[in-house]
Design a protein around this ligand. Structure first.
Ligand code: FAD
Length: 492
């Protein structure tokens, strides 16, 4: 009987468990060791905003683990890995043997090395307990003053939740603009002006020198070069670091994260890693990267699980993508969005908070940035289509120039180059995905698809046929338009 051991209870772990059970022999044992209850960090903002109770962030309970045949050791930590003896040691000094080990330990917030960062009322905002602590600290305080140090992707997701609660918010960012690892300076400028209109104060290009006690239990954040911000709570959101220490102590190859290949295998046979802790292949090639996003964690979990179950599943890498709502302003960036190549088109309208940038390499789109209001439905559908164009690594041919001339007409290029049909054929594991079922509280899935939706999702063949029909019609339309344009220029 094969023994699988998984460390961590996030999306990598839960997806790997489900995949092992889908693709494995059913006899294998699975032991899960996680210091936190299995949950989705992505759901924490909904709890923080008061939209769902804490339980809705959980992704599995005892009944679900029993159904999946998992020996779940929740609330325990792994303290060491012995790769030659194939065992892991737990915090109570017990050991568990493995044939296959998956390290899915995620990442942890890095601190802020300034005086006062350890005061009560100064905290990170990454885990279940951090969220509980913030909710407890602000309970009964009508509209608390919250200062967030660091203006990155995850920080802004939580900022959005706090904005929904009507709190008084200030953001301090050391770099010259907010979201420095997601947006370029120009698009970030639109976000900053939007935040100003929404009553959120932004200090960018400002370093925090110290944090001290203020009056009545409040905190005073002092900025280098003068200036202070008074608040009830200070959130330190200055970045995260992959939890690689277990792996590096065990002699597994690490760089910024644990280095994995397209099968999520590490440098040691029988040891896999995935998600925020892993530095894995990137769609389109290039050096391995850590993406720290849910879609990469899910892909890694499924790929690792399939290989642990004895299948040979290799994937071509993850697409770097960030999609973010900043208090009603939608932002997205994909791929090599920061590439400063001239082979790009940029449209910017600061007054209406609209920004669009497409970057090309050869005939492929390799980077994109979007900013637009939440009610701009055209932009939202274009975001999805651009993601599809990049995920399928479509050779755009003449449609590249078309997109450079008409960046607001993505649909035509998307259809004419057959992206929908390619996406319909794409499967991560080479097999049709299985329904996952509801995984909390022993409840079964109550959702049902109506006819129009079913036509799109099942069976895939019907969707592909439909997509091919539409693509052919659009290609004919585009060819006719091109012929007409050629005729006009010949006449001229
Ligand atoms: C507030 C918030 C909102 C987010 N929103 C989005 C979003 O909108 N979109 C998006 O794409 N991504 C989002 N993310 C990022 C996304 O949640 C992560 O990429 C994802 O959770 C990574 O999954 P993982 O399984 O690798 O790690 P994690 O989910 O971090 O799980 C790892 C688990 O392992 C446990 N662990 C670590 N070491 C040990 C040990 N030695 N022994 C036992 N257990 C251990 C950890 O405590 C943790 O519970 C968000 C993250 C946060 C914090």
């Amino acid at each position: 009987m094969t023994k699988h051991v998984i460390i961590g209870g996030g999306p990598v772990a839960t997806n790997a468990i489900e995949t092992i059970r889908q693709y494995g022999d059913g006899e294998a044992s699975i032991t899960l060791i996680s210091d936190e209850p299995p949950h989705s960090r992505m759901a924490l903002p909904y709890w923080l905003a008061g939209k769902v109770p804490r339980e809705h962030t959980h992704t599995a309970d005892d009944a679900e683990f029993s159904r999946l045949g998992v020996d779940a050791r929740i609330g325990q930590r792994v303290t060491a890995i012995d790769t030659s003896g194939r065992t892991v040691t737990l915090c109570d000094d017990s050991t568990v043997e493995y044939d296959n080990l998956l390290i899915a330990t995620g990442a942890a917030p890095v601190g802020l090395p300034v005086p006062g960062s350890d005061l009560p009322g100064v905290q990170a905002l990454w885990t279940l307990e951090h969220t509980a602590k913030l909710l407890a600290a602000t309970e009964g305080v009508g509209a608390p003053r919250v200062t967030m140090i660091g203006a990155g992707f995850i920080g802004f997701i939580m900022l959005n939740a706090m904005h929904k609660r009507g709190w008084n918010l200030t953001v301090v960012e050391r770099e010259s603009h907010v979201l420095p690892r997601m947006l370029d300076a120009e698009s970030a400028g639109l976000v900053e002006s939007w935040l100003g209109q929404k009553g959120v104060t932004v200090h960018s290009g400002a370093s925090v020198e110290s944090i001290s006690e203020g009056e009545g239990g409040g905190k005073v954040v002092s900025l280098a070069g003068g200036g202070t911000v008074e608040s009830d709570v200070v959130i330190v959101a200055t970045g995260i670091r992959p939890n690689i220490d277990l792996a590096s102590a065990a002699g597994i190859e690490t760089d910024q994260g644990i280095v994995v290949n397209g099968r999520c295998q590490t440098s040691v046979e029988g040891v896999y890693a995935g998600g925020d802790v892993a530095q894995g292949p990137v769609l389109g090639g290039g050096d391995n990267q850590i993406h720290s996003i849910q879609p990469t964690a899910v892909d890694h979990g499924r790929i690792a699980g399939a290989n642990m179950a004895g299948h040979d599943a290799e994937y071509s890498g993850s697409l770097s993508l960030n999609i973010l709502d900043v208090c009603g302003l939608q932002n997205a960036s994909f791929g090599n969005w920061g590439d400063t190549s001239d082979d790009a088109v940029t449209i910017s309208n600061a007054a209406d908070h609209i920004y669009r940038k497409f970057i090309f390499t050869g005939e492929q789109m390799t980077g994109a940035v979007f900013v637009g209001e939440a009610n701009d439905l055209g932009m939202l559908t274009d975001v999805g289509m651009v993601k599809g164009i990049m995920q399928t690594q479509t050779e755009l041919g003449a449609w590249k120039d078309f997109l450079k001339e008409s960046p607001f007409d993505v649909r035509r290029a998307y259809i004419a180059t057959g992206v929908a049909a390619k996406l319909a054929q794409t499967t991560l594991l080479g097999q049709k995905a299985q329904p996952r079922g509801y995984r909390f509280g022993g409840q079964t899935d109550q959702s049902a698809v109506d006819g129009s939706h079913a036509q799109l999702v099942s069976p895939k063949a019907a969707a592909m046929e439909k997509a091919a029909e539409v693509a052919a019609a659009m290609a004919a339309e585009a060819a006719a338009a091109e012929a007409e344009a050629a005729g006009e220029s010949a006449e001229a």
